[in-house]
Design a protein around this ligand. Structure first.
Ligand SMILES: [Zn+2]
Length: 201
């Protein structure tokens, strides 16, 4: 059925903020890639790409769903030609598919550590610096069922660590410097209070 004949249903999901319980749960693996998984991936992709603040990734817990599914969109300048020689195997494989849904993603951290400055769509107004592995080996399933295992570097590697942390209930601010945590305190308190008010409504 062409998409314009489908009954209207808003594709955009609400991105939950700090304080929402889904952000602190361990998410469940996806056993079967069925219509509900494809629909969730589709709506999450729409939500990420139609958000007011631009994001490079979105994990299912951020839309209140505790399933191991993430959307990655780290290829920022899609109109510009890429210098393939500077890309990691993971970027060469995944960039052309972005925004791409990854199911049950698992990463093995590489040995080299770098400092990463991060933010999160679920923690608007909060930023922090934290250590991350420079490279990761990613194992995941694509929506078509294909299993991939590939080494990733650059922003893709950082984003994969940030998003897979979400699937285990971990937020970047948990790993940030004490100064950044202190700086974030009042904003996090306000976000949590607003989430609590929403639930009571
Ligand atoms: Zn995040």
């Amino acid at each position: 059925m062409p998409s314009f004949l489908r009954p209207f249903k808003s594709k955009k999901m609400r991105i939950v903020h700090y304080g929402h319980p889904a952000l602190r749960k361990i998410s469940e693996p996806i056993a079967v890639i069925d219509e509900s998984v494809r629909t969730l991936a589709d709506r999450m992709t729409y939500t990420l790409t139609h958000n007011d603040i631009e994001g490079v990734g979105l994990a299912a817990p951020q839309v209140g769903v505790n399933k191991r599914l993430i959307i990655i969109d780290t290829w920022l300048n899609k109109d510009e030609p890429q210098d393939e020689s500077t890309l990691s195997p993971g970027e060469r494989l995944l960039n052309p598919l972005m925004p791409v849904a990854l199911i049950n993603p698992e990463i093995t951290l590489g040995p080299e550590e770098i400092k990463s400055s991060e933010g999160c769509l679920s923690l608007p107004g909060v930023a922090g610096e934290l250590p991350r592995a420079k490279t990761v080996i990613l194992t995941a399933k694509l929506l078509d069922g294909r299993v991939i295992q590939v080494e990733c570097d650059n922003l893709l590697a950082i984003c994969l660590q940030h998003e897979t942390d979400h699937l285990d209930g971990t937020l970047f601010i948990d790993k940030a410097t004490d100064d950044d945590k202190k700086q974030a305190e009042s904003t996090l308190r306000e976000l949590a209070q607003a989430e609590a008010r929403r639930k009571r409504r």
